[in-house]
Design a binder for this molecule. Structure first.
Ligand SMILES: *[C@@H]1O[C@H](CO)[C@@H](O)[C@H](O)[C@H]1NC(C)=O
Ligand SMILES: *[C@@H]1O[C@H](CO)[C@@H](O)[C@H](O)[C@H]1NC(C)=O
Ligand SMILES: *[C@@H]1O[C@H](CO)[C@@H](O)[C@H](O)[C@H]1NC(C)=O
Ligand SMILES: *[C@@H]1O[C@H](CO)[C@@H](O)[C@H](O)[C@H]1NC(C)=O
Ligand SMILES: *[C@@H]1O[C@H](CO)[C@@H](O)[C@H](O)[C@H]1NC(C)=O
Ligand SMILES: *[C@@H]1O[C@H](CO)[C@@H](O)[C@H](O)[C@H]1NC(C)=O
Ligand SMILES: *[C@@H]1O[C@H](CO)[C@@H](O)[C@H](O)[C@H]1NC(C)=O
Ligand SMILES: *[C@@H]1O[C@H](CO)[C@@H](O)[C@H](O)[C@H]1NC(C)=O
Ligand SMILES: *[C@@H]1O[C@H](CO)[C@@H](O)[C@H](O)[C@H]1NC(C)=O
Length: 299
């Protein structure tokens, strides 16, 4: 009987320590969330809690509620298996002031440093307006691509909510690996002809599904000073999985993890193997799905 119990304990013991470790998806001694947002390793809050400085997050407390920031960007969430972080960025605008006959605008550029890049499958460049021509320059490691978006409308009746095909709204996709986006409005298209019903034009980088065109956006200035969500990809390392597996800095630390090459440029991400879940970047981070369920029930 005692032998049986011992055997049972032996079986369960390593699993329990794995559970204890996996309950925390951050490095030991580091906080694993901020303001209700999970911050799993390779990200980390404060110095020495992340894989490298580029993954460092700060937890800012304003009016007793905390918000995680990655550089100047708000962190909405982090998805480990996809290698993505979602953030929020401002919409830019160009408005015509009929009294002064002047154009007020907010051209911008957006930029992230390696190992980050704007996700080319989930984000779109969207332009809103009835007298609008916007140019955009996408830059990645190798190339720069000039794109544009034209949006016009003769009257409000021609607009359709939810449709973004050149009438009041135009969208274009972004190239893989983009890490710098420079954007400007052509000032010959400045809403001076249509200001009576459409004073402003807007442009934004936004995640698919993060924005739905609405006729009200044309007739009001409600989009001015608003933020939209954007998906940023990250990788660990700058080589392929095959090269990384034999290196000392291989980031997939869990025994039950595997590596997958990024489809947007150099580098790789780690994933827990089939049947396991948790954090592949930590030793003991991936735990068996059925075992974790069993133990959770027995605790
Ligand atoms: C972070 O680690 C470095 C090197 O190990 C050490 O010198 C430094 O004091 C640590 N910083 C903090 C805040 O723990
Ligand atoms: C913090 O609270 C003050 C007073 O209630 C308010 O005026 C201010 O806008 C708040 N700041 C933020 C960032 O919520
Ligand atoms: C808009 O996005 C910027 C950049 O992430 C951030 O600093 C700012 O706090 C955001 N504003 C709001 C209202 O979320
Ligand atoms: C990450 O994305 C995958 C695929 O969309 C989803 O199944 C998973 O729940 C996401 N994880 C988190 C923590 O959001
Ligand atoms: C991680 O594994 C899940 C499930 O097998 C898969 O859907 C996902 O695409 C993987 N992530 C990457 C970046 O390969
Ligand atoms: C992004 O590209 C613009 C235009 O090419 C350039 O002026 C800017 O310095 C770049 N930003 C970074 C951080 O490289
Ligand atoms: C606005 O566009 C019109 C027509 O292209 C042009 O004549 C006018 O100079 C522009 N106004 C400003 C302030 O740029
Ligand atoms: C790849 O990463 C290593 C280690 O961080 C660095 O020394 C090297 O310069 C990087 N190579 C490239 C091409 O970025
Ligand atoms: C990792 O993925 C490769 C390629 O998909 C596969 O051949 C290998 O068996 C996997 N290794 C583990 C430990 O799951």
């Amino acid at each position: 009987m005692i032998l049986l119990i011992l055997r049972f304990l032996l079986l369960i013991w390593p699993a329990r320590t794995e559970i204890a470790e996996s309950a925390n998806t951050a490095l030991p001694g580091c906080s694993d969330s901020c303001g209700g947002v999970a911050i799993p390793y390779p990200f980390g809050i404060g110095p020495n809690c992340s894989m490298s400085e580029v993954f460092e997050v700060s937890c800012n407390t304003i009016n007793r509620s905390s918000t995680p920031y990655w550089g100047d960007f708000v962190v909405l969430d982090i998805n480990l298996s996809l290698g993505q972080v979602r953030t929020s960025i401002p919409i830019s605008y160009q408005c015509y002031n009929s009294k002064t006959k002047e154009v007020e605008d907010s051209d911008w550029w957006l930029s992230v440093d390696p190992p980050f890049r704007y996700d080319h499958e989930r984000n779109k460049f969207v332009v809103i307006g009835c007298d609008t021509l916007a140019f955009v320059n996408f830059i990645n490691d190798q190339n720069s691509y000039l794109g544009g978006c034209v949006s016009g409308c003769g009257s409000l009746e021609s607009l359709t909510d939810g449709s973004c095909s050149g009438i009041g709204c135009c969208e274009t996709s972004i190239p893989a690996g983009t890490n710098n986006i420079t954007f400007w409005f052509d000032d010959k298209y400045n809403n001076s002809d249509v200001y009576s019903f459409s004073p402003c034009s807007y442009a934004m980088l936004v995640e698919e599904g993060g924005f739905h065109f609405n006729t009200g956006y044309i007739t009001t200035s409600q989009l001015k000073d608003q933020n939209v969500s954007v998906v940023i990809d990250w990788v660990v390392g700058n080589t392929t999985c095959n090269a990384a597996r034999t290196s000392k800095s291989y980031a997939c630390k869990s025994k039950y993890s595997n590596c997958s090459d990024s489809n947007s440029g150099p580098g790789y991400v780690c994933n827990c193997s089939d049947g396991y879940q948790g954090n592949p970047y930590l030793q003991g981070g991936c735990i068996c799905l059925s075992l974790s369920l069993l133990l959770a029930l027995s605790l």
